[in-house]
Design a protein around this ligand. Structure first.
Ligand SMILES: [Zn+2]
Ligand SMILES: [Zn+2]
Length: 431
């Protein structure tokens, strides 16, 4: 029998519902237990077997979103996460419950949709998490050793090195090697060799421009909008990107800068982020919809950073966009990956003067729209260098678009010493 078996129960050749099962001897462990985030991914992980351990790489919904529901199936599951990930997960679960509550409130004609877990289950999950620290080796039953390694992606994010019976297995999680405002880049970790590398593949075929240059371009373009008397909307992911964009704007002397949404995540960054200082204190916010309307009507120059980053229908950023789209002096700058099913994707692909479907209506786009690719993932070269440093016998590509993974493996085929495999839902890979 194989010593180890890997199966993607989610987050395979698509982004969303991440859950990677590794069977080592008689023990089964999973890295992450996420929620589906786009139409291309299932709602949650697809796995019926037994589970002994759950290691959480970071606090994004697609990695931790359904953890409270997992405990319904395996109440004695041992769960491990860094203290920052634990805090972020709490706010993510809280938001999920609230989103369902709001949806049912506004959609009172339909049968109420049930949240995937209750408030009590979220509380139970929080208590079940055992806090781990990057660099500290954790010994599990069955002679399994785990080493969390900082992954740079967001606050608290880690990769996992797993050692079992003389072999090493490495899970990158979502990784960023470039330093961002609040989080240092992932260290350049290396191994003589390892049996398996399971890596993320969000930007498998793309190299990014110099990050500092993108930041400077953003600051310059934002100053231009304010100078011409416009209001600028920056739709941003509520964890990490919102805090980073706020810091990028205020440290360049731009203002006033308002933040709408992302209260929970911002508090966690204030408390735990290295180098945070006082920068996130006293952020101008809106305490009612009336205050938002007042700023819009005043037409005073301002930057508004609002969630969601992909401008999904009727979210805060979508409400702001609806009010700025038809005003020529205004602008919308997107700053993260855009889901082809999201409204941010529609905005980025629209022309000035075009009528576009938006929030259930039709609006003429007259404002300026630009995209600044400030990703917190590794790019093509970063990923290739990581593969060289970890020297795996087998690489499994996960958490990326199917076509991109196929394109990459075709252009960078397997060698005698290294197998390259596209992850597919439920496909077992024996090691
Ligand atoms: Zn992530
Ligand atoms: Zn992810």
């Amino acid at each position: 029998m194989a010593k180890a078996v890997f199966t993607a129960a989610g987050g395979a050749n698509f982004i969303g519902a991440s859950a990677y099962i590794l069977k080592l001897g008689s023990k089964n462990l999973s890295i992450d237990w996420g929620q589906g985030v786009s139409q291309n991914s299932p709602d949650g992980p697809q796995y019926d077997g037994h589970l002994d351990y759950l290691l959480i790489s970071h606090g994004h919904t697609d990695h931790v979103g359904l953890l409270p529901a997992a405990l319904r199936r395996w109440p004695h599951l041992k769960i491990f996460a860094t203290k920052e990930t634990k805090e972020i997960a709490k706010t993510v679960w809280h938001q999920t419950i609230h989103r369902y509550r709001d949806k049912n409130h506004f959609d009172s004609n339909r049968a109420p949709a049930l949240a995937p877990f209750t408030e009590n289950e979220a509380l139970f999950a929080e208590k079940a998490i055992i806090v781990i620290n990057p660099g500290e080796i954790l010994e599990l039953g069955g002679e399994i050793k785990i080493t969390p390694i900082p992954a740079g992606h967001i606050l608290g994010a880690v990769s996992f090195r797993i050692d079992f019976e003389g072999e090493t297995y490495f899970f990158s999680g979502d990784t960023c090697f470039h330093e961002s405002f609040f989080v240092p880049g992932a260290p350049l970790y290396s191994l003589d060799r390892c049996r398996l590398l399971v890596r993320e593949s969000v930007y498998l075929n793309e190299d990014f421009e110099d990050r500092q240059k993108i930041i400077e371009d953003f600051q310059q373009a934002a100053a231009g909008v304010l100078d011409r008397g416009g209001q600028l909307l920056v739709p941003a992911l509520s964890i990490h990107r919102t805090q980073e964009m706020y810091a990028i704007a205020v440290t360049a002397g731009l203002g006033p800068v308002y933040v709408d949404g992302s209260r929970g995540a911002t508090k966690i960054y204030q408390q735990y982020a290295p180098r945070c200082g006082e920068i996130l204190e006293n952020i101008p916010r809106f305490s009612s919809h009336h205050e938002r309307t007042r700023l819009i009507r005043s037409e005073e120059p301002a930057i508004i950073i609002a969630s969601s980053g992909m401008v999904y229908e009727n979210t805060l950023s979508a409400i702001w966009a609806e009010n700025l789209l038809f005003r020529e002096k205004c602008a919308i700058f997107t700053v993260n990956y855009q889901d082809p099913c999201g409204q941010g994707f529609v905005l980025n692909n629209s022309r000035k003067g075009q009528y576009i479907p938006f929030n259930g209506g039709i609006i003429q786009r007259l404002c300026e729209i630009r995209h600044f690719p400030l990703s917190a993932h590794m790019d093509k070269t970063d990923g290739q260098e990581m593969e060289e440093r970890l020297n795996p016998d087998v690489v499994v590509y996960t958490h990326g678009e199917d076509k991109q993974i196929e394109k990459y493996i075709k252009a960078n085929p397997a060698t005698a010493n290294r197998k390259k495999i596209k992850a597919e839902l439920g496909k077992e890979i024996e090691l």
